[in-house]
Design a protein around this ligand. Sequence first.
Ligand code: HEM
Ligand SMILES: *[C@@H]1O[C@H](CO)[C@@H](O)[C@H](O)[C@H]1NC(C)=O
Ligand SMILES: *[C@@H]1O[C@H](CO)[C@@H](O)[C@H](O)[C@H]1NC(C)=O
Ligand SMILES: *[C@@H]1O[C@H](CO)[C@@H](O)[C@H](O)[C@H]1NC(C)=O
Ligand SMILES: *[C@@H]1O[C@H](CO)[C@@H](O)[C@H](O)[C@H]1NC(C)=O
Ligand SMILES: *[C@@H]1O[C@H](CO)[C@@H](O)[C@H](O)[C@H]1NC(C)=O
Ligand SMILES: *[C@@H]1O[C@H](CO)[C@@H](O)[C@H](O)[C@H]1NC(C)=O
Ligand SMILES: *[C@@H]1O[C@H](CO)[C@@H](O)[C@H](O)[C@H]1NC(C)=O
Ligand SMILES: *[C@@H]1O[C@H](CO)[C@@H](O)[C@H](O)[C@H]1NC(C)=O
Ligand SMILES: *[C@@H]1O[C@H](CO)[C@@H](O)[C@H](O)[C@H]1NC(C)=O
Ligand SMILES: *[C@@H]1O[C@H](CO)[C@@H](O)[C@H](O)[C@H]1NC(C)=O
Length: 354
Amino acid sequence: MGSMSAVVVAVLCAFAMHAGLLVTTAQLDPTFYDDTCPDLYDTVFDVISNASLTDPRIGASLLRLHFHDCFVQGCDASVLLNSTDTIDSEQGAIGNINSIRGLDVVNDIKTAVEDSCPGTVSCADILAIAAEVGSVLGGGPSWDVLLGRRDSLNANLTLANQSLPSPFFTLDLLKASFAAQGLNTTDLVTLSGAHTFGRARCSVFNNRLSNFNNTGNPDPTLNTTYLAILSGICPQNATVVNITNLDLTTPDQFDNNYYSNLQQLNGLLQSDQELFSTPGADTVDLVNSFSSDQSVFFDNFIASIIKMGNIGVLTGTDGEIRTQCNFVNSENSGLLLAGVASNDSKEKLVAQSK
Ligand code: HEM
Ligand SMILES: *[C@@H]1O[C@H](CO)[C@@H](O)[C@H](O)[C@H]1NC(C)=O
Ligand SMILES: *[C@@H]1O[C@H](CO)[C@@H](O)[C@H](O)[C@H]1NC(C)=O
Ligand SMILES: *[C@@H]1O[C@H](CO)[C@@H](O)[C@H](O)[C@H]1NC(C)=O
Ligand SMILES: *[C@@H]1O[C@H](CO)[C@@H](O)[C@H](O)[C@H]1NC(C)=O
Ligand SMILES: *[C@@H]1O[C@H](CO)[C@@H](O)[C@H](O)[C@H]1NC(C)=O
Ligand SMILES: *[C@@H]1O[C@H](CO)[C@@H](O)[C@H](O)[C@H]1NC(C)=O
Ligand SMILES: *[C@@H]1O[C@H](CO)[C@@H](O)[C@H](O)[C@H]1NC(C)=O
Ligand SMILES: *[C@@H]1O[C@H](CO)[C@@H](O)[C@H](O)[C@H]1NC(C)=O
Ligand SMILES: *[C@@H]1O[C@H](CO)[C@@H](O)[C@H](O)[C@H]1NC(C)=O
Ligand SMILES: *[C@@H]1O[C@H](CO)[C@@H](O)[C@H](O)[C@H]1NC(C)=O
């Protein structure tokens, strides 16, 4: 290598390290809105708490939304953007379509927050707070949510298709999916514990019920009693989209039963059971330890969800604070202007923010 190219490499490395440093030191802060929106947490909590009275699943759905936001170009509320001329919504991604929930509740939260603190709080931060509230309402851990994220100006459907892990992934693929986000094996086992509540559709686990992996038999790591129950819920060639609880013991509680379920071969998704049933895997000890001590699980969950919440955040003057979470401001104000001339668009806009 010539000395000139060696210098170029050295400079590039220094730049890369510097850039890396900038990313990791882009500081979020739990007190970020203390002066500008002091009642933010209570506002978010009240809307979700009210919604949970009629929809006990909403806390789980909101926690998942934060995950699906963070895994696709960082926690920037890109998942909330609807399709327009310039945006291919991530909501059409294989992991999101007919699956993510809570978008209307997020809009309700945003409306309430805009009421008291206009133009101040990002949709990405609302998702991060909503995830914590979801955990708390389920009886799970609470933590100081780091804040100061800003909202993206774009979305990336291609990236969403690539980045959201599949329930049919083997342990190696799950680890790789998390590693791509800077999350390690402990984070994988810990964050999978979010499947302690919420629901799943037959289509994401019926691969296990018969002819698993082309063996002609059900998944051997699926408890046979549970197999019989699930086969009843998900008959072959069913025309109805049935759903069932991710945690068969305490469906709406955020607790450590997810891990004791895995020990009894009662994980719902293949990707769940892999954590315990993959021969010789380094994840088994973690499952056992979380199963035997809920506070160890909760402590790890707090560390890992905060780590997840830091992925690829926009801060400072990057991105924007969206006015309406489903649209970037330039397109939203376009609609507002159009609304002056046309009742149609205006009504549409009002309907959107409901
Ligand atoms: C490890 C890889 C993961 C895979 C393969 C995976 C896959 C899935 C699937 C297939 C569903 C059911 C969706 C449906 O049928 O509509 C689901 C639900 C859910 N996931 Fe995950 N997930 C993973 C990790 C996570 C993480 C890291 C979190 C949050 C920290 C999370 C939180 C949830 C929650 C709370 C639900 C229930 C949502 C509801 O009831 O609306 N998942 N997941
Ligand atoms: C509470 O929830 C109900 C039903 O989801 C909704 O109609 C009502 O507007 C909500 N009230 C408040 C104060 O958010
Ligand atoms: C992403 O996946 C969805 C659902 O499978 C598919 O309809 C869409 O064409 C994919 N888009 C891209 C850009 O990969
Ligand atoms: C979207 O993601 C794809 C796949 O990772 C990447 O190649 C592309 O550059 C991204 N597009 C934008 C606009 O960031
Ligand atoms: C599925 O079968 C292939 C070989 O046909 C094997 O390599 C793979 O590990 C199996 N997957 C699971 C989850 O059992
Ligand atoms: C489901 O449909 C397939 C193909 O249409 C058929 O071969 C199979 O017998 C059906 N299974 C049941 C249980 O009806
Ligand atoms: C699931 O769907 C089938 C029809 O496809 C229905 O007969 C069955 O009762 C449903 N089971 C549950 C538990 O919802
Ligand atoms: C299957 O699950 C039941 C409880 O649902 C449990 O008693 C039994 O031990 C489990 N079987 C295996 C092989 O783990
Ligand atoms: C994984 O990351 C956590 C922080 O979330 C750290 O405490 C732990 O040491 C890491 N584990 C491994 C095996 O690298
Ligand atoms: C808007 O709608 C109202 C009644 O709904 C109608 O009276 C008015 O003419 C409409 N304005 C335009 C610009 O279409
Ligand atoms: C945005 O998309 C969601 C579904 O992905 C839909 O329910 C909602 O009505 C859309 N909002 C607007 C304003 O089009």
